[in-house]
Design a binder for this molecule. Structure first.
Ligand code: CU
Length: 157
């Protein structure tokens, strides 16, 4: 049996094995950090029916084949202060040229240092751009009656 797995019988040089692991982990960490960041510009969407503006900034991505994350700030259009909406917010990814999308995304309010959700501040995760091409990111406000006000921005990947 030992003949079949000769490398098992060889003594591992511990320091060089450890060095190998450290180098591998460092490369992997640096690689994922570089890949996770893009220079995608911040976006602003206007919602005239609600008199709000939504500011959007990617924290990770947008990139094909990994989960992108976006921060979302809902502000009163006049005061530019963060505001709590009664409406629920929906974020949908759509490929207009191909007639399909990617769902669902996950939306959570961002907590402050005391652990309380901050009004108007959200993190959108599980954004999966599953292939290259033109994507539209729809951000939709839905009121209690189910009426929607929807705006989008475009991502070319
Ligand atoms: Cu597609």
């Amino acid at each position: 049996m030992m003949k079949k797995y000769p490398y098992l019988s060889r003594k591992l040089n511990f320091p060089s094995a450890l060095l190998g692991v450290v180098v591998f982990l460092s490369c992997w960490l640096i690689g994922t950090q570089v890949l996770a960041q893009t220079n995608f510009p911040p976006q602003t969407l206007l919602y005239p029916q609600h008199d709000v503006q939504i500011f959007l900034q990617f924290e990770e991505g947008p990139l094909v084949g990994r989960k992108s994350v976006m921060q979302m700030q809902v502000k009163d259009r006049k005061t530019q202060q963060l505001i709590a909406l009664n409406e629920t917010i929906k974020v949908t990814l759509w490929m207009p040229d191909m007639g399909h999308g990617s769902a669902p995304t996950k939306i959570q309010q961002i907590n402050n240092d005391q652990g309380f959700p901050q009004p108007g501040l959200y993190r959108v995760s599980n954004m999966q751009f599953v292939m290259g091409g033109i994507w539209e990111v729809y951000v939709t406000l839905v009121n209690a009656e189910g009426q929607e006000e929807s705006q989008f921005f475009t991502v070319a990947l």
